[in-house]
Structures are given as C-alpha cells and as structure tokens.
Design a binder for this molecule. Structure first.
Ligand code: SF4
Length: 934
C-alpha cells in the first residue's frame, strides 16, 4: 500500500477531550478567506491549528463564520503552498515551469540591483500591480516612494464604477464606505449583488430585517446568493439597470412622492446652470423656473434632471430591461410611499453646517445595496450615478433606514487626492510628485503629457478613461507587451492571477507573457510574482516570492485604506500571527519594508542611510503620514500612554492593546454625529481633526456633476487648457454628461446581436473567494467544477440538454463546458460561477482534476480590448467604461449549441499541464481526499 493511502491520525478531533500535557490555546486574529474580515478564534494544540471558529466578541461577525472561514485550516495545509523563493532555471523559457530554489538574499540582491537601476534612470519602467490585498496604504505608499506612476490594485477590474459613481455623487459608496441600514429600513432593494464582501454581517442584517417584517426585493438577472431569500425577485437583463433607475426617477418626480426638502437643501438641485455653457453659475431659491444670471438664461439642476428623464417612461425602460412596465411603476410607488409615508424620526439632536439645530433625524426607510452587477459594465458609471440620484430623491442618504456612511467617508466630492498630472512628477531617484491614484476634478488633473500621451502604463487618468480612480489592471499586460504607451522593464505582481481568472482574453494574454521581440528578448523583460500559492500566474514569473497566509503575519485594516468601520464610527482591525510562516515564506509587507530600505526610499530610511523600520510590525507602530501628524496606520490606543484615539503620537505597544481587544479598535461617535454626516457640523469638524477630510464644508450631493461638464466642455473645444485628441472628442462629449443617462454597453456596438443573442455573466459563489480556494480540500468538495446555467426555455431552443456538453461562443472565442438548466436565470442570460475552472496542474491540482477537466472559465470569451471607432483608425481600445476604466466583464454576448456526441467529454480550451513547483506539496492527489492529515 502506498504510504499516502494509509490512514493517519487527523490533525484534530473536536470531540476528543483535552490531551493531558498538550498545550491547548486560542488565539484571536482576523479572517482573510474573503475580504469581509470577520474576527476569528484559532484553536491550537501544541502550536498547530486544530480548528477555526468565529469570535463572538468581534463587532463585525459576532461569532458567525462561513464555510470559507472555517476552512482556513486547509489553506495552511494546502499542497499548493509555495514555501521557498524560486527563480526560473537559467536557460529555460518562461512558461516551461522550470524553477530552482534560491535564497531570500538572492531575491533581495536581484530586486535591489534591478529596481535600483530603474529608479536611477526611468522609474516608470517599474510597474507594481496587486490583487485583492488589504494593504494598499502600504503598496501605494511604496510605489509613490519609488517614483513610479504604474501602481494599482484590483479595483479597476472589480468595482471602481461603484466607488467612483457614488463618490462623485454623494461622497461615499457601498461596502467598506457605507451600506444599507437594515435596522431601520422597511424596504430593502438589492441590485446587481449575489454574494459580496460584507458577507456575514449582511446575512445577519438581512435575517434580522426579514424577521422584523421588512420587505426584500432583489433585482438581478440571476437568483442566487442573497436573492434566494428575497421576498420578490425581479429578473432584469444585464447592463440595463441604468434604464430602470431613469424610469424610477421619472416616476418619483412625476408623482411628487420624493423628499423635496432634502433635494432642495442637501443636493445641488437648486444650483443654476447656464444653458449655453452648462456651467453652474449660482444657486437659486427653488427647484423650478428659469432665471437670468448676468444676462444669460439659467435653470435649476432639478429642472434639467426632470427634463432628462421625461421620456424615460416605464414602457421605455420595460423594452430595455425586460421588466413589465406596470412592475416598474409599482416599484417606484412602493419606494416613494415607503420613504415618505413610513418615515419616522429618531430623537437624536444634531446641528447642520448652516448652524440650524434639528431636534431629530428623519428616517427614510428605503435601503439599497448594489455592487458588481451594476459596476462591471461599460455603462456602469452613469448607471451608478443614476442610482445615487434615485437614493437622493428618496432622501435616504445617511439617514435611518437608508444608506449610511462609514468612516472615513463621506469625503469631499471629489476627495482631495490627485494623480500625477505632468511628467515633471515622475523623476529618477525621486518619489512621485502625487499619489499614484486619485480623483481628478477636471482635465487639468489628468495623467497626460504635453501631447496628451498617457503617463501611466494602463492609460489610467488619460483621455481614454479620465476618472479611473483604481487604475486598469486588466490592460497592464497587453499594454506592456505592445509597448503602448511605452515599454517597461519589470512587472511585480502581488497575489493577482493575471494569467487566468483576473484577465480577459486568457489565451492571448498568456502568450503575451511569454512573447519575445525581434531580438529574442521577452517583451516584458522581467516578471516577479509574490503569492502564497502556485497559481496559473506563477509559471510566468522569472522570480517567485513565497508569501505567507493570513494566519502567519501582521496586517492592518487601516483607516488610511479600507477599514471595517461601522455606521456609528471608525473601526480598524489587525491580524496577529497565530502560527509561524511555513518554510521560508515571508510576508510581502516585510519584503517591501526591506526593499524600501535597500533602495533607500525616503520613508523607509533615515537621512544617514540607516534602516528606519525593523519590519512591518514596527512600521505599523511608528509610521506617521507626515512627521508629527499623529496619524498612522492604526487609530487605536495612540499617544505615549495609549489614551488617544485616531490621532496621537505613536504608541509603542498598540499590538498588545489590539490583542486584548479582539484585534479591533472601535471609536463610537457621539449620537449627534452619527447621521446626516455630509452636512453635520460637529461630524465634519471631527472628521477634519481625524484627518479624514479637509475644511468642514458641507458635502452637497451632486445631482449635476460640474466635474463631468468640465470634460465635456473640453471635448467640445469650449474650455481652455487641455484638449482631448480628435478621435476621443466625440466619446468624451457623449459619456461625460453631467446628468445620468442610459446607453447600451460599448461592446454591443461591436457585436452582431442577432448572432450572439445571449448575455453571459459570472457570479462569485459563497463557498469560494475568486480563485483563492481551489486548493482548499474542504471547499473543493463544494465546488470542484462549474456548469453554464441556462434557462430551460433558452436551452431547449438551442437544442441543449440538461447536463449535456455544449459549445459557448462569443465573437472573441469559444469554449466547451457542461450545461445545467436553471429556472433562476432570466431567459436572455447565461451564467456560471467565477474562477472555479483551472488550468491543468495549476494550484498543484492533479492534471485530471475536475477543476481543469470539467471546470471552465468564461474569461476565454471576453476581450480586454474592443475595435471601436473611439480607438482611432485600425486600433483597439480597452473594453472598459469610458469614464472610469472599469472592466466591462458583463457585457459579452454569446450563443450556445450542443457539442457533438463524438467530442471528448472535457472542457476546451485546454492548456499544457503546469509543472509542479519546487517546495510545493509532493502528492497532489492528497489534496483531494486526505489533506489535513499529518
Ligand atoms: S465571510 Fe469572509 S471573512 Fe468572514 S468568516 Fe467567511 S471567509 Fe472569513
């Protein structure tokens, strides 16, 4: 019998009594099996993890844990763990999978020499892009210190439309930055969300909401995730949500069932717009009527909005969305009536920025939640602007029962962070002259040079995607390969699977990673990858840095980045290691601190050249955003004696305080600061002191966006200063509309919609977080492969059987997979789980594993670029929202048909099996059946 088949004692048996003499202990830290950041208790025996459960004392999850969270032990034991630094074997080709083990010293020497040379000559030739990490405050700081503009995290291919669309409208957004107040809501409308990043808390809140008698309506092409327990599911065609919102706005205005007082006082609805220039020229005193301003006609924003939606009847929206017109009209009525007639007041006195004292806070108990289903379309920015305006008409912004902000939001519209706007800010041996990412206020803030050429490799903040607040990671490899806008030298990728599920056009992008120029040199000369697991991406690396898991390192979920704030005040949290790093794994944070010093980046180095921080743990304690600012990565227990909150000199022992307090710091605001924060005098004064915001000015909701109008005027040649290139003028004029509008996704203009009649989308399952868990023995038993889910009527019409093998084709590619009938999808849409399918051998799975023989990836059918007229003659342009650069994942159109009976019963395309990496687990099959045994 093979040794690995012999029964071995389990790592733990929860029913076993404590073993005499064994050392049992419980350590607290923060989960990272998804981005929700629940508090967990890790139970150890003799220093080894026995099991993980939820921390009952943690404010976010109150003891709850999901399938992913409790499977963290299998992440520790995964045979896919990278455990040693590796370099591509000299003489082997990239993609061959030939690696040799090296020391960390060689890693640091290689990177210091290479990056030092780049920094001394042309820092933009180094690009750092990261995936779903929770340390962008550090990675962004590091890139800025290095001096490269080429930095971003995953947001551009995730949900930047949600962030930018909401922030440019109301000064805050969903998830970390705000959410639905289900404690006080009566009606909850969820749109374009299946499973999200606020997993356990939202499930708990929905459960309580429903038990209290609230009504939950889910609008989504697919009924999965949260929608499964909605009182009503309203199927909608993908990419049409904006049309629905426009019709709802129209109905509310027409019926008068909206919060007129809120709209007048708290938004820019009364601002007067010059009818010729579209510029705001003053503030009027009513929502209606034409004025004369300096001899020119001007009208209030509200009138322009009403005019904009005048033709957006329920019948108009019905033809686009597929929702019956009477249902749209009834939904608008229900929203308006619930907001206005089921309103109540909480007796919480507060004072607004005009000094007016209010005896209470008025509730508008209609809450919304929306996410990627709205965002991942090329029309998503304007769709989300429309949603923000719908919410504002209902008066549900930072009020009981509606949307509520979470610190550090709300922020000024837009927040006061700008990207670099000239080549002068990108200089050798000098930190970048601005933050790599930010929020432009006008064309003057764009990252373009004198000829309009993009400063960034991904063309973020260029005329192609001016408000790309999170960058465009999905175009990095294609642009670097093509040398457009320029060639780079070194690409450092941290925990992002850019050779598989995080990229579109998968096969070609993999080829680009391997491609050489005429001289035989790789077009992307050097690729370094830091990851904890052997993903599809690692095989394209020249250098591999083995990262730690979340149980092995310090982390900070910082107020400078993405904290876990609650509605009632700022909250940040930490991770504290519970076990030692496996093998030679090293946290990427430590790598950055070490490299920062070796490269003599100012923040990480004393003026005499000596090292400033021992490591990340020390950095978190002592770093301040500016010398003496008192603001650092953590807000808890600051000051020499730990008595200060949010602002104060570094406390030498914050880790102990966090450890004593469930790894969480919660600053509960006084009740008078908990609502109406855009206009709350006391809150805004506090926010300034805490470093969240600038001067305590009211943050008026922008129904009409002057920022958008400034770009439109430039496109029309009616604004001095920077002008867009000729081929982009029409595109900018069309999409930079200061009022929301609905237009079909850009991809439709390049698609024969009759040939490809179906929308194809993906959803993230509850039991897996993107590709992170394909190597997890427990979670693989829930999802080892996926199907294309098709409405039975659609499937039968295409001659496709339930469970049968089918071909799915877009104009960009084709794939073979299995079909599953589902009534829970509207007939014009097909869908599948995201990132279940794997390339053979990746994640150290056996070459015949379900994930690569039956699991598939929809990404093969999606193009990262489109041949649109906007691109210029004979060129392509990013498949993204023209405003923000958000990847248009959900715009692809497909057709389906049966596979021939003679065809192999396995997915296609198939790629050569990835070789096993040195240092990963030896027996791959063990991962399927016996992982977790000693
Ligand atoms: S919801 Fe996410 S953070 Fe919370 S327990 Fe599950 S995996 Fe962990």
């Amino acid at each position: 019998m093979f040794a690995f088949l012999r029964p071995t004692p389990p790592v733990h048996d929860p029913l076993e009594p404590p073993v005499p003499g064994a050392s049992d202990e419980i350590k607290h830290t923060t989960c990272y099996m998804c981005a929700c950041r629940c508090g967990i208790r890790v139970h150890l025996r003799n220093g080894e993890v026995r099991y993980i459960d939820g921390n009952p004392a943690h404010p976010l999850n109150e003891g709850k844990i999901c399938a992913k969270g409790s499977s963290g032990i299998m992440k520790q034991h995964s045979p896919a763990r990278l455990t040693v630094p590796l370099k591509r074997r000299p003489g082997s080709a990239r993609g061959d999978g030939e690696y040799v083990e090296i020391s960390w010293d060689e890693v640091f020497t290689t990177l210091t020499e290479r990056l030092g040379r780049i920094r001394a000559t042309d820092p933009k030739r180094f690009a750092l892009f990261t995936g779903r990490d929770q340390m962008q405050a550090l990675t962004g700081l590091w890139a800025r210190q290095f001096g490269t503009p080429n930095y971003a995290a995953h947001g551009g291919f995730c949900s930047v439309n949600m962030a930018a669309g909401m922030i440019y409208s109301i000064g805050g957004s969903f998830w970390e930055f705000g959410g639905p107040d289900l404690e006080h809501a009566r009606l909850f409308v969820m749109i374009g969300t299946a499973e999200d990043h606020h997993s356990n808390p939202l499930k708990t809140a929905i459960s309580k909401f429903k038990r209290a008698g609230g009504r939950f309506v889910s609008i989504n092409p697919v009924r999965t995730g949260y929608s499964a327990i909605a009182d009503e599911w309203i199927p909608i065609r993908p990419g049409t949500d904006g049309a629905l919102f426009m019709a709802l706005i129209r109905e509310l205005i027409a019926s008068g069932e909206f919060d007129r007082d809120f709209v007048a006082r708290r938004t820019n609805a009364m601002d007067l717009v010059d009818l010729d220039s579209g510029l705001v020229v003053g503030r009027g005193d009513s929502l209606e009527g034409e004025r004369d301003v300096a001899g020119k006609p001007a009208r209030p924003v509200f009138e322009l909005l009403r005019e904009r939606v005048a033709d957006c009847t329920p019948e108009w929206a019905s033809a686009i969305t597929g929702i019956p017109a009477p249902r749209i009209a009834a939904l608008a009525r229900e929203m308006g009536e619930t907001a206005m007639r089921e309103s109540f007041e909480l007796p919480i006195p507060w004072t607004d920025t005009e000094g007016v004292e209010h005896a209470g806070v008025v509730a508008r108990p209609v809450a919304f939640h929306a996410m990627r289903g709205l965002a991942a379309h090329s029309n998503g920015f304007q769709t989300i602007r429309a949603l923000a305006i719908l919410m504002s008409l209902l008066g549900t912004i930072d009020r009981p029962g509606g949307f509520r902000h979470k610190a550090p939001f709300p922020k000024a519209i837009p927040p006061a962070v700008r990207p670099p706007n000239s080549w002068d800010q990108v200089r050798p041996m000098t930190p970048l002259g601005a933050a790599p990412l930010g929020f432009p206020t006008s064309p003057d803030d764009l990252s373009v040079g004198p000829e309009g050429e993009p400063i960034r490799l991904d063309k973020g903040f260029s005329w192609e995607h001016p408000l790309s607040a999170h960058g465009l990671m999905h175009n990095v490899i294609t642009n670097a390969w093509r040398g457009d806008p320029y060639r780079i030298d070194t690409l450092l990728i941290f925990m992002a699977n850019m050779a598989w599920n995080s990229t579109m056009n998968t096969a070609q992008v993999r080829a680009m990673l391997n491609d050489r120029d005429e001289a035989g040199e790789y077009r992307i000369p050097f690729i370094a990858v830091c990851d904890a697991f052997a993903s599809e991406m690692t095989q394209y690396a020249d250098l591999i840095l083995p990262d730690t898991t979340y149980l092995e390192r310090h982390d900070a979920m910082s107020l400078l980045d993405r904290p876990i704030s609650e509605f009632d005040g700022p909250v940040d949290s930490v991770r504290i290691p519970v076990v030692a790093p496996k093998g030679q794994c090293k946290p990427f944070q430590e790598v950055l601190i070490e490299l920062g010093w070796r490269l003599k980046l100012p923040v990480f180095t004393h003026p005499d050249g000596s090292r400033k921080y021992r490591g990340y743990e020390d950095f978190i304690v002592r770093y301040e955003t500016a010398p003496g600012s008192g603001i650092g990565f953590l807000g808890g227990w600051r000051g020499a004696d730990g008595e200060k909150s949010l602002v104060g000199e570094p406390n030498p022992r914050p880790w102990e305080k966090y450890a004593e307090n469930n790894c969480v710091f919660h600053h509960e605001l006084p009740r008078n600061m908990q609502y109406m924060r855009n206009w709350n005098r006391d809150y805004l004064a506090f926010a300034r002191q805490a470093g969240f915001n600038g001067p305590p000015e009211p943050i008026r909701i922008q129904l009409y966006s002057p920022v958008m109008q400034s770009f439109r005027l430039a496109a029309q040649g009616r604004r001095e200063g920077r002008q867009p290139p000729a081929h982009l003028r029409e595109r900018i004029e069309r999409h930079f509309d200061p009022l929301p509008f609905w237009s079909p996704p850009l991809e439709y203009a390049a698609t024969d919609l009759e040939q490809y009649p179906l929308n194809a989308i993906t959803q993230r399952p509850m039991a897996m977080y993107h590709s992170w868990d394909s190597q997890n023995a427990w979670l693989r038993q829930i999802h080892s492969h996926n199907y294309l889910m098709v409405n039975p009527a659609t499937a039968r019409a295409a001659g496709v059987k339930d469970g049968g093998w089918i071909w799915v084709e877009s104009q960009w590619g084709r794939l073979r997979c299995m079909c599953r009938y589902s009534e829970a999808v509207e007939p014009g849409t097909v869908w599948t789980w995201n990132a279940i399918g794997k390339s053979r051998g990746a994640w150290n799975l056996g070459p015949q594993a379900d994930e690569s023989s039956k699991g598939f990836l929809l990404n093969h059918l999606i193009s990262e670029e489109l041949p649109l007229p906007d691109a210029g003659p004979g060129k392509t342009i990013s498949n993204s929202d023209p405003v923000t650069g958000q990847a248009g994942w959900y715009d692809v159109r497909v057709r389906i048909g049966p596979a021939h009976a003679d065809e192999p019963k396995e997915v296609w395309p198939r790629f050569p099996a990835m070789k096993q990496m040195p240092g990963t687990g030896i027996i791959r099959k063990v991962q399927a059946y016996f992982a977790g045994t000693k």
